[in-house]
Design a protein around this ligand. Sequence first.
Ligand SMILES: *[C@@H]1O[C@H](CO)[C@@H](O)[C@H](O)[C@H]1NC(C)=O
Ligand SMILES: *[C@@H]1O[C@H](CO)[C@@H](O)[C@H](O)[C@H]1NC(C)=O
Ligand SMILES: *[C@@H]1O[C@H](CO)[C@@H](O)[C@H](O)[C@H]1NC(C)=O
Length: 565
Amino acid sequence: MSPTLQLLKMEFWLAVTVVFIIEGWQQCNGFRSTHQHHRPHIVFIMADDLGWNDIGFHGSNQIPTPNIDALAYSGIILNQYYVTAICTPSRSALMTGKHPVHTGMQHTVLFGAEPRGLPLTEKLLPEYLKELGYATHIVGKWHLGSYRKEFTPTYRGFDSHLGYWTGHHDYNDHTAVESPYWGLDMRRGLEPAWDLHGQYSTDIFTKEAVRLIRTHNTSKPLFLYLAHAAVHSGNPYNPLPAPDEVVAKFSAITDYNRRRFAGVLHKLDESVGKVMGALHEAGMLQNCVIVFTTDNGGPAAGFNINAASNWPLRGVKNTLWEGGVRGAGLLWSPLIARPGRVSTQLFHITDWLPTLYAAAGGDVGYLGEIDGINAWRALSEDLPSNRTSVLHNIDDIYGNAALTMGDWKIVKGSTYSGAWDGWYGPSGRGESLVYEPYQVMTSQAGRALARAGTTLTPSIIQTLRNQAEVICDSASLYTHAGRNGCKPLTAPCLFNIRNDPCEQTNLADVYPEILQLLEMSINEINATVVPPSNLAWDPRADPRFWDHTWTNFGDYSILNNAVSR
Ligand SMILES: *[C@@H]1O[C@H](CO)[C@@H](O)[C@H](O)[C@H]1NC(C)=O
Ligand SMILES: *[C@@H]1O[C@H](CO)[C@@H](O)[C@H](O)[C@H]1NC(C)=O
Ligand SMILES: *[C@@H]1O[C@H](CO)[C@@H](O)[C@H](O)[C@H]1NC(C)=O
């Protein structure tokens, strides 16, 4: 054999070996090599505490959200979309694809002084996507544990984090009050970001998201999780912080808190436009999946010192009524086969992980035992979805539970002794208020989408908007118990959500066998529930001991005698 031939042969075997190693590695990592260079960028925008009726595409004319609406009309409006009733459970579901009852995250939120976090045994969405070759970044709120560094985002699959660890913060000074504790909550990775003091949170997060998009090397797919502070309330001394000149645009809103809320929401909508503009300029829109979603229902009527609206849906954040769990959300992508429609396919927040993993070309069989269902094909091609029921929660500490199966929903027990079981405005449908389709089309997102090839017209917009609106018989709204006396603290209530999305007519006595079926389903799931992981607050967490910052206090074994003092 000539030396050249020998060299060629060696090269051949080397190449074969390398191919085998790569293929073997890819197989154990559960993905197909064919998609490797074409995986879509994924931008997941999560609003905090945004109510069903706070976005324009559900029918309110009060606070224009033209950028969010432009995405909605040119993508898929998810109109039968369920999140959980409150923040930490929703974010845990998004990150794990598992229902919070299966990770111990089902009861209320995680407080900054609690020595717990989303269990480290869980593998998170950014870790899965990293294996598919993604660059992964989180901007904004985490809220899944931070008492030890191992629980924080950059130890859980994210390449970078600029944002905060607890449930809320002030939009200007970036401190979080969890009374009696009070400290800075704004970081880059593990480092406190004092230098950002005075800059508005929504602007900081938008700027960081745009920077990440602009500097991203598109030879790699990007996963950007942009988890805004907006429209969550800040601290009690300034519950709805928004720039005065923005709030001034909404002088027509007479309610002071709703006017300030409008300012906070306007900045959020503007952020969506800027992110869309950046994605377009970076040439990334052509191969991109974008999700916009709330984390839970809106805190209306002063709940959580906020002023959101879920009208005409019943209840508020942290209740299991539709107003607490039916989420405002949308999916946009040029990869969607049938865009421009209102989806009534049932979809749960746990479904994002397998759905996005599938959109990225991953093999969902690799994800193991999760509760989420891959709905990518169902949504893209408008096929019947495999999701037919949603557990809203089982919380034996509050003593409430709710489940939807097909058109039916059972509600057992309540929170706050039923004090937030009613219907709360505003409706945003006053006669002087009009909706402007052209404002949607000419918004920054609308323009980016038009340049990317989407055609929106006023008639398309009006048609979709009409389809997405929930209309209920308002005559019995605002009578506290609704018809047929639903008293969930006394006996379970049953609603037909398709006919009665506002949960006005209790059918428990009319269809006892359906009620029984749904109760059995709750009992079945209840047998698999993991106990809630909530813990007492640890005094070592007090930010006073840590230069007035919320910190990973569990990483430092002995604290100076300050604590025992
Ligand atoms: C992007 O990454 C690829 C692959 O690593 C590299 O070849 C290319 O030079 C990078 N481009 C820029 C602009 O850094
Ligand atoms: C529903 O699940 C079945 C069984 O896993 C699968 O074959 C089918 O493709 C799924 N349907 C959709 C629309 O994803
Ligand atoms: C769930 O099971 C626990 C323990 O068996 C029980 O105490 C609780 O009442 C059940 N909850 C519901 C909603 O059925």
